[in-house]
Design a protein around this ligand. Sequence first.
Ligand SMILES: Nc1nc2c(ncn2[C@@H]2O[C@H](COP(=O)(O)OP(=O)(O)OP(=O)(O)O)[C@@H](O)[C@H]2O)c(=O)[nH]1
Ligand SMILES: [Mg+2]
Length: 299
Amino acid sequence: MNINWYPGHMAKSTRLIRERLNEIDAVIELCDARIPQASRNPVLEELVNQRSEVVHILWLNKADLADSDVTHAWETYYAERGIAVHSGSSLDETDRRRLIRIINEKLKNKVNQIQSRGIKKRDMRLMMIGIPNCGKSTLINALAGRKAAAVEDRPGVTRGVQWIRTNIGFDLLDMPGVLWPRLGSRHNQIALAGTGAIQDRILDLETVAYEVFCLLLEKYPMALSERYKLPSIDSVARDPYELWQMAAQKRGCVRSGGKPDEHRFAGLLLDEFRAGIIGKISLEHPDDPDVLTAEATKG
Ligand SMILES: Nc1nc2c(ncn2[C@@H]2O[C@H](COP(=O)(O)OP(=O)(O)OP(=O)(O)O)[C@@H](O)[C@H]2O)c(=O)[nH]1
Ligand SMILES: [Mg+2]
Protein backbone atom coordinates (compact mmCIF):
# COMPACT_ATOMS: atom_id res chain seq x y z
CA MET A 1 0.00 0.00 0.00
CA ASN A 2 1.43 3.32 -0.96
CA ILE A 3 -0.98 5.75 0.60
CA ASN A 4 -0.77 9.23 2.03
CA TRP A 5 -1.99 8.80 5.60
CA TYR A 6 -0.03 11.83 6.77
CA PRO A 7 -1.83 14.85 5.33
CA GLY A 8 -0.62 18.40 6.12
CA HIS A 9 -3.10 18.96 8.91
CA MET A 10 -1.53 16.14 10.94
CA ALA A 11 1.89 17.77 10.79
CA LYS A 12 0.23 21.00 11.93
CA SER A 13 -1.60 19.25 14.76
CA THR A 14 1.60 17.57 15.92
CA ARG A 15 3.24 21.01 16.18
CA LEU A 16 0.20 22.25 18.11
CA ILE A 17 0.50 19.38 20.57
CA ARG A 18 4.15 20.28 21.16
CA GLU A 19 3.24 23.93 21.84
CA ARG A 20 0.28 23.12 24.02
CA LEU A 21 2.34 20.83 26.26
CA ASN A 22 3.62 24.04 27.88
CA GLU A 23 0.25 24.74 29.47
CA ILE A 24 -0.64 21.20 30.50
CA ASP A 25 -0.51 19.34 33.83
CA ALA A 26 -1.15 15.86 32.47
CA VAL A 27 -1.28 14.05 29.15
CA ILE A 28 -3.63 11.14 28.67
CA GLU A 29 -2.21 9.21 25.74
CA LEU A 30 -4.92 7.00 24.29
CA CYS A 31 -4.10 4.02 22.16
CA ASP A 32 -6.24 1.21 20.82
CA ALA A 33 -6.16 -1.81 23.16
CA ARG A 34 -6.49 -4.14 20.16
CA ILE A 35 -3.17 -2.83 18.79
CA PRO A 36 -1.25 -1.08 21.58
CA GLN A 37 2.12 -1.15 19.83
CA ALA A 38 0.91 -0.16 16.37
CA SER A 39 -1.34 2.59 17.72
CA ARG A 40 1.29 4.41 19.82
CA ASN A 41 2.54 7.41 17.89
CA PRO A 42 6.35 7.49 18.38
CA VAL A 43 6.52 11.21 17.62
CA LEU A 44 4.01 12.02 20.39
CA GLU A 45 5.74 9.54 22.69
CA GLU A 46 8.99 11.43 22.27
CA LEU A 47 7.36 14.82 22.77
CA VAL A 48 5.82 13.64 26.03
CA ASN A 49 9.01 11.94 27.22
CA GLN A 50 10.86 15.24 26.87
CA ARG A 51 8.51 16.83 29.40
CA SER A 52 9.17 15.18 32.74
CA GLU A 53 7.07 17.80 34.58
CA VAL A 54 3.96 16.69 32.72
CA VAL A 55 2.17 13.66 34.20
CA HIS A 56 1.80 10.95 31.56
CA ILE A 57 -0.80 8.19 31.60
CA LEU A 58 -1.12 5.61 28.83
CA TRP A 59 -4.75 4.51 28.49
CA LEU A 60 -5.41 1.40 26.39
CA ASN A 61 -8.87 2.38 25.18
CA LYS A 62 -11.56 0.24 23.52
CA ALA A 63 -10.58 -2.56 25.90
CA ASP A 64 -14.18 -3.78 25.56
CA LEU A 65 -13.31 -4.86 21.99
CA ALA A 66 -9.94 -6.45 22.85
CA ASP A 67 -8.93 -9.83 24.26
CA SER A 68 -8.64 -9.15 28.00
CA ASP A 69 -5.76 -11.62 28.59
CA VAL A 70 -3.75 -9.93 25.86
CA THR A 71 -4.60 -6.47 27.23
CA HIS A 72 -3.24 -7.56 30.63
CA ALA A 73 -0.06 -8.78 28.93
CA TRP A 74 0.32 -5.33 27.36
CA GLU A 75 -0.23 -3.61 30.69
CA THR A 76 2.57 -5.69 32.18
CA TYR A 77 4.77 -4.96 29.16
CA TYR A 78 4.43 -1.19 29.50
CA ALA A 79 4.52 -1.18 33.32
CA GLU A 80 7.86 -3.02 33.13
CA ARG A 81 9.09 -0.16 30.98
CA GLY A 82 8.16 2.39 33.61
CA ILE A 83 5.01 3.68 31.94
CA ALA A 84 1.87 4.42 33.97
CA VAL A 85 -0.49 2.24 31.96
CA HIS A 86 -4.17 1.37 32.42
CA SER A 87 -6.91 0.00 30.22
CA GLY A 88 -10.64 0.36 29.83
CA SER A 89 -13.44 1.67 27.69
CA SER A 90 -14.48 5.29 27.20
CA LEU A 91 -18.02 3.99 27.04
CA ASP A 92 -17.94 2.34 30.47
CA GLU A 93 -18.72 4.42 33.54
CA THR A 94 -16.86 2.17 35.99
CA ASP A 95 -13.75 2.34 33.81
CA ARG A 96 -14.01 6.10 33.61
CA ARG A 97 -14.36 6.44 37.39
CA ARG A 98 -11.23 4.31 37.76
CA LEU A 99 -9.41 6.53 35.30
CA ILE A 100 -10.46 9.66 37.22
CA ARG A 101 -9.09 8.11 40.43
CA ILE A 102 -5.80 7.28 38.68
CA ILE A 103 -5.46 10.80 37.28
CA ASN A 104 -6.18 12.40 40.66
CA GLU A 105 -3.66 10.13 42.34
CA LYS A 106 -1.00 11.00 39.77
CA LEU A 107 -1.71 14.73 40.05
CA LYS A 108 -1.68 14.81 43.85
CA ASN A 109 1.91 16.09 44.08
CA LYS A 110 1.25 18.79 41.52
CA VAL A 111 -1.85 20.00 43.35
CA ASN A 112 0.08 20.03 46.65
CA GLN A 113 2.91 21.99 45.03
CA ILE A 114 0.48 24.61 43.77
CA GLN A 115 -1.10 24.90 47.20
CA SER A 116 2.24 25.09 49.03
CA ARG A 117 3.34 27.94 46.78
CA GLY A 118 0.22 29.83 47.79
CA ILE A 119 -1.01 29.91 44.18
CA LYS A 120 -4.79 30.11 43.84
CA LYS A 121 -6.33 26.66 43.44
CA ARG A 122 -7.20 25.96 39.83
CA ASP A 123 -8.55 23.06 37.79
CA MET A 124 -5.91 20.69 36.42
CA ARG A 125 -5.32 20.93 32.67
CA LEU A 126 -5.37 17.62 30.82
CA MET A 127 -4.64 16.99 27.16
CA MET A 128 -5.95 13.93 25.30
CA ILE A 129 -3.66 12.76 22.54
CA GLY A 130 -3.50 9.73 20.27
CA ILE A 131 -4.12 8.41 16.80
CA PRO A 132 -7.34 9.22 14.90
CA ASN A 133 -10.51 7.41 15.95
CA CYS A 134 -9.11 5.96 19.20
CA GLY A 135 -11.84 7.59 21.31
CA LYS A 136 -10.37 10.86 22.64
CA SER A 137 -13.48 12.98 22.08
CA THR A 138 -15.75 10.21 23.37
CA LEU A 139 -13.79 10.06 26.61
CA ILE A 140 -13.84 13.85 26.95
CA ASN A 141 -17.61 14.04 26.44
CA ALA A 142 -18.16 11.28 28.97
CA LEU A 143 -15.92 12.97 31.55
CA ALA A 144 -17.58 16.33 30.92
CA GLY A 145 -21.05 14.79 31.12
CA ARG A 146 -22.20 16.46 27.92
CA LYS A 147 -21.65 16.34 24.18
CA ALA A 148 -19.05 19.10 23.98
CA ALA A 149 -16.84 17.53 21.28
CA ALA A 150 -17.82 16.00 17.94
CA VAL A 151 -17.67 12.20 17.82
CA GLU A 152 -18.10 9.94 14.81
CA ASP A 153 -17.16 6.41 13.92
CA ARG A 154 -14.47 7.48 11.45
CA PRO A 155 -10.97 8.95 11.74
CA GLY A 156 -10.26 12.67 11.37
CA VAL A 157 -13.38 14.04 13.10
CA THR A 158 -11.69 16.49 15.49
CA ARG A 159 -9.83 19.13 13.49
CA GLY A 160 -9.51 22.12 15.82
CA VAL A 161 -8.19 22.38 19.35
CA GLN A 162 -10.87 22.79 22.00
CA TRP A 163 -10.82 23.30 25.79
CA ILE A 164 -13.71 21.62 27.56
CA ARG A 165 -14.56 22.40 31.17
CA THR A 166 -15.86 19.80 33.57
CA ASN A 167 -17.14 19.74 37.14
CA ILE A 168 -14.66 17.05 38.22
CA GLY A 169 -11.70 19.37 38.67
CA PHE A 170 -10.27 19.04 35.15
CA ASP A 171 -10.15 21.18 32.04
CA LEU A 172 -9.80 18.87 29.06
CA LEU A 173 -8.07 19.70 25.81
CA ASP A 174 -9.39 17.76 22.83
CA MET A 175 -6.81 17.42 20.06
CA PRO A 176 -7.05 16.09 16.51
CA GLY A 177 -5.83 12.50 16.15
CA VAL A 178 -2.42 12.28 14.56
CA LEU A 179 -0.39 9.61 12.81
CA TRP A 180 3.29 9.94 11.94
CA PRO A 181 5.16 10.12 8.64
CA ARG A 182 6.41 6.51 8.43
CA LEU A 183 4.09 3.91 9.90
CA GLY A 184 6.80 1.27 9.60
CA SER A 185 6.08 -2.40 9.08
CA ARG A 186 3.29 -3.92 7.03
CA HIS A 187 1.84 -5.21 10.31
CA ASN A 188 1.52 -1.65 11.66
CA GLN A 189 -0.14 -0.43 8.47
CA ILE A 190 -2.68 -3.26 8.43
CA ALA A 191 -3.35 -2.97 12.17
CA LEU A 192 -4.05 0.77 11.89
CA ALA A 193 -6.08 0.47 8.69
CA GLY A 194 -8.01 -2.57 9.94
CA THR A 195 -9.08 -0.94 13.19
CA GLY A 196 -10.19 2.27 11.46
CA ALA A 197 -7.41 4.77 12.24
CA ILE A 198 -6.85 5.63 8.57
CA GLN A 199 -9.57 7.01 6.31
CA ASP A 200 -11.12 4.09 4.41
CA ARG A 201 -11.46 6.13 1.22
CA ILE A 202 -7.68 6.23 0.72
CA LEU A 203 -7.22 2.50 1.38
CA ASP A 204 -7.37 -0.60 -0.74
CA LEU A 205 -10.05 -2.08 1.48
CA GLU A 206 -9.97 -5.53 -0.11
CA THR A 207 -6.29 -5.89 0.71
CA VAL A 208 -6.75 -4.58 4.25
CA ALA A 209 -9.72 -6.87 4.91
CA TYR A 210 -7.96 -9.92 3.48
CA GLU A 211 -4.89 -9.32 5.64
CA VAL A 212 -7.06 -8.83 8.73
CA PHE A 213 -8.80 -12.10 7.80
CA CYS A 214 -5.39 -13.84 7.65
CA LEU A 215 -4.41 -12.41 11.06
CA LEU A 216 -7.69 -13.63 12.54
CA LEU A 217 -7.14 -17.04 11.00
CA GLU A 218 -3.76 -17.20 12.69
CA LYS A 219 -4.80 -15.80 16.09
CA TYR A 220 -8.50 -16.58 16.53
CA PRO A 221 -9.34 -19.47 14.13
CA MET A 222 -12.28 -20.67 16.24
CA ALA A 223 -14.00 -17.27 16.37
CA LEU A 224 -13.49 -16.79 12.64
CA SER A 225 -14.75 -20.28 11.79
CA GLU A 226 -17.81 -19.82 13.94
CA ARG A 227 -18.74 -16.45 12.52
CA TYR A 228 -18.23 -17.41 8.88
CA LYS A 229 -19.17 -21.06 9.11
CA LEU A 230 -15.78 -22.32 7.98
CA PRO A 231 -14.65 -25.92 8.41
CA SER A 232 -13.12 -25.30 11.83
CA ILE A 233 -10.78 -28.21 12.46
CA ASP A 234 -8.64 -27.85 9.38
CA SER A 235 -9.04 -24.09 8.88
CA VAL A 236 -5.47 -23.30 9.82
CA ALA A 237 -4.03 -25.85 7.42
CA ARG A 238 -6.10 -24.63 4.46
CA ASP A 239 -5.13 -22.02 1.92
CA PRO A 240 -6.29 -18.70 3.49
CA TYR A 241 -7.47 -17.36 0.15
CA GLU A 242 -9.66 -20.41 -0.39
CA LEU A 243 -11.17 -19.88 3.09
CA TRP A 244 -11.67 -16.16 2.38
CA GLN A 245 -13.65 -16.97 -0.76
CA MET A 246 -15.59 -19.65 1.08
CA ALA A 247 -16.47 -17.17 3.87
CA ALA A 248 -17.65 -14.61 1.31
CA GLN A 249 -19.94 -17.18 -0.29
CA LYS A 250 -21.27 -18.43 3.05
CA ARG A 251 -22.22 -14.83 3.92
CA GLY A 252 -24.09 -14.42 0.65
CA CYS A 253 -21.50 -12.15 -0.96
CA VAL A 254 -21.88 -13.71 -4.40
CA ARG A 255 -21.88 -12.19 -7.87
CA SER A 256 -24.18 -13.27 -10.66
CA GLY A 257 -22.49 -16.37 -12.03
CA GLY A 258 -21.70 -17.68 -8.55
CA LYS A 259 -18.25 -16.10 -7.97
CA PRO A 260 -17.59 -14.57 -4.54
CA ASP A 261 -18.09 -10.82 -4.30
CA GLU A 262 -14.83 -10.10 -2.51
CA HIS A 263 -15.33 -6.35 -2.43
CA ARG A 264 -18.63 -6.64 -0.61
CA PHE A 265 -17.25 -9.25 1.77
CA ALA A 266 -14.24 -7.01 2.53
CA GLY A 267 -16.58 -4.23 3.71
CA LEU A 268 -18.67 -6.67 5.72
CA LEU A 269 -15.68 -8.30 7.43
CA LEU A 270 -14.15 -4.96 8.41
CA ASP A 271 -17.49 -3.68 9.74
CA GLU A 272 -17.96 -6.82 11.83
CA PHE A 273 -14.40 -6.88 13.11
CA ARG A 274 -14.49 -3.19 14.07
CA ALA A 275 -17.84 -3.59 15.84
CA GLY A 276 -16.52 -6.54 17.87
CA ILE A 277 -19.04 -8.94 16.29
CA ILE A 278 -16.42 -11.61 15.50
CA GLY A 279 -15.29 -11.56 19.13
CA LYS A 280 -13.02 -9.77 21.57
CA ILE A 281 -9.91 -9.66 19.50
CA SER A 282 -6.37 -8.28 19.84
CA LEU A 283 -4.30 -8.14 16.68
CA GLU A 284 -0.97 -8.09 18.50
CA HIS A 285 0.62 -9.55 21.63
CA PRO A 286 3.86 -8.38 23.27
CA ASP A 287 5.34 -11.84 22.68
CA ASP A 288 4.68 -11.75 18.91
CA PRO A 289 8.03 -12.04 17.14
CA ASP A 290 7.20 -9.21 14.77
CA VAL A 291 6.13 -6.73 17.48
CA LEU A 292 9.67 -5.71 18.43
CA THR A 293 10.64 -5.44 14.78
CA ALA A 294 7.52 -3.38 14.11
CA GLU A 295 8.36 -1.08 17.03
CA ALA A 296 11.88 -0.61 15.73
CA THR A 297 10.74 0.39 12.24
CA LYS A 298 8.38 3.15 13.40
CA GLY A 299 9.45 6.71 13.10
N1 LIG B 1 -16.28 0.01 21.61
C1 LIG B 1 -15.75 1.20 21.91
N2 LIG B 1 -15.92 2.23 21.06
C2 LIG B 1 -15.38 3.41 21.40
C3 LIG B 1 -14.65 3.61 22.59
N3 LIG B 1 -14.23 4.90 22.62
C4 LIG B 1 -14.68 5.47 21.49
N4 LIG B 1 -15.38 4.59 20.74
C5 LIG B 1 -15.98 4.83 19.42
O1 LIG B 1 -14.93 5.15 18.54
C6 LIG B 1 -15.37 6.07 17.54
C7 LIG B 1 -14.42 7.25 17.46
O2 LIG B 1 -14.52 8.01 18.63
P1 LIG B 1 -14.00 9.51 18.73
O3 LIG B 1 -14.17 9.91 20.16
O4 LIG B 1 -14.60 10.37 17.68
O5 LIG B 1 -12.44 9.31 18.41
P2 LIG B 1 -11.31 10.43 18.37
O6 LIG B 1 -10.10 9.82 18.96
O7 LIG B 1 -11.78 11.70 18.97
O8 LIG B 1 -11.11 10.59 16.79
P3 LIG B 1 -10.51 11.84 15.93
O9 LIG B 1 -11.21 13.06 16.38
O10 LIG B 1 -10.80 11.43 14.54
O11 LIG B 1 -9.04 11.84 16.22
C8 LIG B 1 -16.80 6.44 17.92
O12 LIG B 1 -17.67 5.66 17.13
C9 LIG B 1 -16.89 6.05 19.39
O13 LIG B 1 -18.21 5.68 19.79
C10 LIG B 1 -14.49 2.50 23.48
O14 LIG B 1 -13.83 2.55 24.53
N5 LIG B 1 -15.06 1.32 23.08
MG1 LIG C 1 -12.00 13.56 18.19
